[in-house]
Every structure is written in C-alpha cells, then in structure tokens.
Design a protein around this ligand. Sequence first.
Ligand SMILES: [Zn+2]
Ligand SMILES: [Zn+2]
Length: 291
Amino acid sequence: MEKYFDAFNNAFFGTLDWTWSSIVFEVPWYTNYFWGLIVISLFVWVLEIVFPWRKDQSIFRKDFWLDGFYMFFNFFIFSIVISGIYKALETLFSDLGISEKSFAVLHLENWPNWLQLIIFFVILDLFQWFTHVLLHRFEFLWKFHKVHHSVKEMGFAAHLRYHWMENIFYKPLKTFGVMVLGGFEPEQAYVVHFIAIAIGHFNHANIKVTWGPLKYIFNNPVMHLYHHVKALPEGKTKGINFGISLSLWDYIFKTNYIAEDSGAIEIGFPGEEHFPRTFFGQVFYGFRNRK
Ligand SMILES: [Zn+2]
Ligand SMILES: [Zn+2]
C-alpha cells in the first residue's frame, strides 16, 4: 500500500513542481504548456478581434472570464490533483501485469519521426472522437458534457470550458490508444499536443475558416459551431460533428452536418435555462441525481 501512496506523492508534487517551473520559465520552452497556452490563446484572440465572423459579438463575450478560468483550472489545477491518482493506478496495473505494452498493435520505434507524430496524432484523435460520441449517447456522461454545451456565445476560450470529469472519461480510451502504439509516445509528442490545443482554440473561435477542400480532414469553426447547435436536425438527435482536431471521422461515420455558414445559429441545449451559470454550480450539477 505504501508504494501506492509514494507513487501518488511523487507524481502530485512532481506535477506541482513542474507547473511552477513552467510559470517561472525553468523548463525547455517547447514543453512549457503554461505560457504556450497563453501565447496560443492571445494569438487566436487577436485573430478573432481583427477578423470577426459574428461582427456583433463583443470582444469580451458572454462568459469570457468564466471560460478563461476553466482553461487554467482544467489544464493546471486539475492535472496536478489527478496526476497522483493516475500514477497510483498505473502502479496498480503494472502490479497486475498490465502495462502499456500489453496491447501493442503497431511498433513505431523505428519509423521516421514525422510519421510517428502523424500516427500518434491520428490514433489519439480517433479515440477521442469516439469518447466524444459516447458523451452525447449516455445520459450520465451527457450531464457532465453539458458544461461544454452551455456556451451561449462562441469564442476561443470555450474550447476548454468543460467539466473536470471529462478528463477522466477521456482517459481510458486515450490510454488504450497509446497502448495500441505499444505505450509509445514519440519524443516530440509536445508538437502534437500544441497543435491539438491550437486547432481546438480555432474550432471554437469567432473566425470563419473552413480550410477549403481540407475541411474533409480538419475540423473547423463552421463545422464545430454546428456541434453546439441548440436545435439538432431531425434524425440526428444524439449529436453531429463530434470531431476534435479531425473532421475525417464524422465524414467516414456519417455524423457530419452543416446546413449553412452564417454563424447566426442558436447554440446551447434544450432546457439550458435550468442549468447553473456559475463554476461551482456547474461542477456539482453532474453529480446530482435529479434530472
Ligand atoms: Zn459535444
Ligand atoms: Zn466545443
């Protein structure tokens, strides 16, 4: 038992330490997620201000600061707390003889770097797409995912407005994705993580970009705004456009839907008037029993 507490402690304080070192610039710049997140956010925000899609949306749109708080809470505070639990679990699984190498399907070690990164990115994105579909399928998951869908005016920071439980829901399939790759994370995995953050920010931004013919591969703000539409189209009541970074999966599995691109559609979900508006109200909502 002591070993699990040790694993917990080491990871917890290690992550806390790492976060602090990031804030004071004592980690290699390319692994600095703290300032990296700020730089990407400012960059996309400036683009929103200079090239707004919905021109009447204010720069400090509704819930701007709430979303900004979610961003730092989910990325840093939550990851510090959970890192210890994950490490303890990892130790438990390895004691049971299950390691990240147990399900290896692909062996990437000897492949060129760029190919490793692309495969890592695509596999992780597919498993996250599927998790996202599940979040919309099952009522107990949807109760938590509603936090993300409670956004009423879309902007870059809405990307990271989500309940911390989502991190936990995404974890098993993401871990399984890494296991398929033999527990292998490419050395430059940070490139993939930064690209995913930037694409996610873009998808929620008040900018009209569709990437031309590449829209069948990459998710984009027009497509993702429809993911947030309040009145879902007939026959698609369990959701549309589940793509995270890639739109490809929605086109393959026929969950894609874009009716028009004015940006003027109403977003949210039916019954949102009963949904709490504050951070703490939203944190506890998913754990409550009543509908
Ligand atoms: Zn969703
Ligand atoms: Zn979204």
